[in-house]
Design a protein around this ligand. Structure first.
Ligand SMILES: O=C(CO)[C@H](O)[C@H](O)COP(=O)(O)O
Length: 279
């Protein structure tokens, strides 16, 4: 693990601080910090958790004292919250206030004594940091496999900057391309009705819709007391904007996991380095 902290220090390039100042440029820009320079030191193979932690450490570089921060949900975001707790405890960060995107994250933040607030009290955030399930070449995302998509979208849409942290397994060429779930949160009332309508909407893409269930086989209930219908695509979604609009027209659908044109920067940790992609 000593090697990991060395790698983290490599990522502290001055150019990284320019990234968030240019969120609206059209082209996706990438810079990579390669691990090759330290290969001679016999770095042990990095696990997926190591990669998530590297991405999380890099994202925390963007956090400044006094910020109102969106705290994401999931295993990668949990590393970010852990690090923030550590930096607060050691006095390296001060006056941070967080808005958690799930009850799970709220509990974690409380256990680390991170002060919390709500969107009601702080409707504009400085920065949100969260994981993602899929990242396409234009930095559009699928999120919500952890079930927190509604609060995540509300918090991240209210943030001036949104930094995504992920390992390289999350990269896809088209949304839905991982063949894993694209979640849609629906009201419990007549959920089957909406499951069928969602599947029909994407039948040309070979979509299969399934109600998410918990370990006991009971419907998974979100923090907002809704259900989740997971959509599995044979063929990736070609037009995310239209897909999002069509899903949004269905009465009883609360939110979907397509996070389009929301990410300011995506930090991807892979076996050969940490890549920061910006728009
Ligand atoms: O959207 C999410 C939760 O609703 C997560 O950010 C997403 O599922 C990624 O999680 P992980 O970092 O554990 O892979």
């Amino acid at each position: 693990m000593a090697s990991l902290s060395f790698l983290s220090s490599l990522h502290h390039t001055p150019s990284s601080h320019l990234i968030l100042r240019n969120p609206k440029a059209v082209k996706v820009r990438t810079f990579t910090v390669s691990f090759s320079s330290i290969r001679a030191q016999a770095v042990p193979a990095l696990t997926q958790d190591d990669l998530k932690k590297l991405a999380a450490d890099k994202a925390v570089d963007y956090v400044k004292s006094g910020m109102v921060l969106g705290l994401g949900t999931g295993s990668t975001a949990a590393f970010v919250v852990d690090k923030l707790g550590h930096l607060l405890k050691t006095g390296q960060l001060k006056d941070i206030i967080g808005i958690p995107t799930s009850k799970r994250t709220e509990e974690q933040a409380k256990s680390l004594n991170i002060p919390l607030t709500t969107l009601d009290d702080h409707p504009v955030l400085d920065l949100a940091i969260d994981g993602a399930d899929e990242v396409d070449p234009d930095l559009n995302l699928v999120k919500g496999r952890g079930g927190a998509l509604l609060r995540e979208k509300m918090v991240e849409a209210a943030s001036k900057s949104f930094v995504v942290v992920a390992d390289e397994t999350k990269l896809v060429t088209g949304l839905g391309g991982s063949k894993l779930a694209m979640p849609v949160e629906v009201v419990q009332f007549c959920w089957k009705f909406n499951l069928v309508r969602l599947q029909d909407l994407f039948k040309e893409l070979g979509c299969e819709a399934k109600l998410r269930v918990d370990a006991a086989g009971k419907p998974y209930v979100t923090d907002n007391f809704n259900y989740i219908v997971d959509l599995y695509f044979e063929t990736p979604i070609r037009d995310g904007v239209s897909a999002g609009k069509e899903i949004g027209k269905l009465e009883g659908v609360v939110e979907h996991g397509l996070f389009l044109d929301m990410a300011t920067a995506v930090i991807i940790a892979g076996k050969s380095g940490v890549e920061v992609k910006t728009k």
